[in-house]
Write a protein that binds this ligand. Sequence first.
Ligand code: ATP
Ligand code: MG
Length: 462
Amino acid sequence: MGYAIGRTMQPRIIPRKEHRVSRKQVSPNALRTLYRLRDQGFMAYLVGGCVRDLLLERTPKDFDIATDATPGEIKRLFRNCRLVGRRFRLAHLHFQDEILEVSTFRAAAPSVEEEDQEEDSPHGPPRHLKNDDGMVLRDNVFGTPEEDALRRDFTINALAYNIADFSVIDYTTGLVDLEERLLRTIGDPALRFTEDPVRMIRAVRFAASHDFVIEPAAWDTLCALSATISRASPARLYEEILKLFLKGSARRVLPLLEGSGLLEALFPDLFRWLQGNHRGRAMLLAGLEGLDEQVHRGSPLSPALFLAAVFGPMLEEAVLLRSRDGIPHLQALHEACALFLEGFCRVVTIPGRVGSQLRGILAAQPALHRMPPRRPAAVARRLEFPEALTYLRLKVETNQGDGKVLAWWDAFLSGGPTPVTAESPVDSAPAKRRKRKRKRRRRPNSPSGMPDVPVLQEIPEG
Ligand code: ATP
Ligand code: MG
């Protein structure tokens, strides 16, 4: 297929009776917003992932709206509106249980010649801006619904649902690609992945989460350009990587990341660690399956837990090697985490708080594994305890952890009798805890420069 999609194609309009999108599946807040815009004389479409998911009979995660109302007009219409974004100015409508994104139809990035003219424009700074590598830096020009659809990433993400007549509009080949479960970029994949390298991660995400095949030309381009992912903003990469691993299809993501070269570009340490390391790979895959199960069960999953599940085995091995060299366990952990976070943050920003939580989860493990535990009630009250226990649970469920230890803690937390261990714990139930003033010990400065988190090993014995 050529890449002239949209420019020469007539949009395909599927009338209400001929598609599966029902208003019953749309959030009431989104419907009310669409009606209000329509009643005020504006165009109002549901756009992006929600239309795709409604057509696939999946529950959309969120409902995005596009309109020809400008951000200022949206703000005047809705009292619960906040305008956000510098790169893309858009409206957030705040409801009790959801935030809806309402954006004004935007135009596609201009061709190189148009862009040159715009750069020379005497009317102030350009509203589209690309850097020398062709990456889009600014893109804030209002456009038509069609232009708005064509600047989206994949054909299946460019479908619209028009509240005026309840039709579905396909400006590209989205409907056919949905049927064929094919993930196709809108236009030349090399151009689209260069404009925004994050789209490569998004391709992997949708292929994994929706069980789509990445169209061969797009896949080849993705493989060829995977190393350029490091040009994307580290903060955006962090957000997309969380979506990649925390949406219930992390297990399916790994082979795609490895096969495309994205794993090496994003996480070089993990990539090297996996080479020829069959046990490490099995542990990682098991950890990813564990993450997916948590998501499917509806259990909350934090970024720190994701980091622990994916990088925990590699880090624990690094700590063990350091400990064998005679470095005290806690110091070894600090060093290994600091080194890991330093390398990781060169490409992907991890907020300092999340890095500290990761360290807390790993640092808590020895205290959890000490059987019988010392002062278990105090251990259970520590900030990082719930996540540390979930990490242990993940390991046990994937045959990497000690089930007896987990059973002890589960019994302790449920208030039931704890399984018998060699000695009985000093305080085996929260009620029995004695009050005692603890002397704070100073910990050496964190090598990563991150704030220190309390670590469980340092709880004085009762
Ligand atoms: P999910 O259901 O996981 O939220 P989604 O398709 O809604 O998937 P979002 O990240 O919420 O994904 O983005 C909403 C829509 O915005 C996408 O469907 C796509 O049309 C558009 N979009 C998002 N990111 C990009 C991008 N980097 N380049 C072009 N279009 C994008
Ligand atoms: Mg979405």
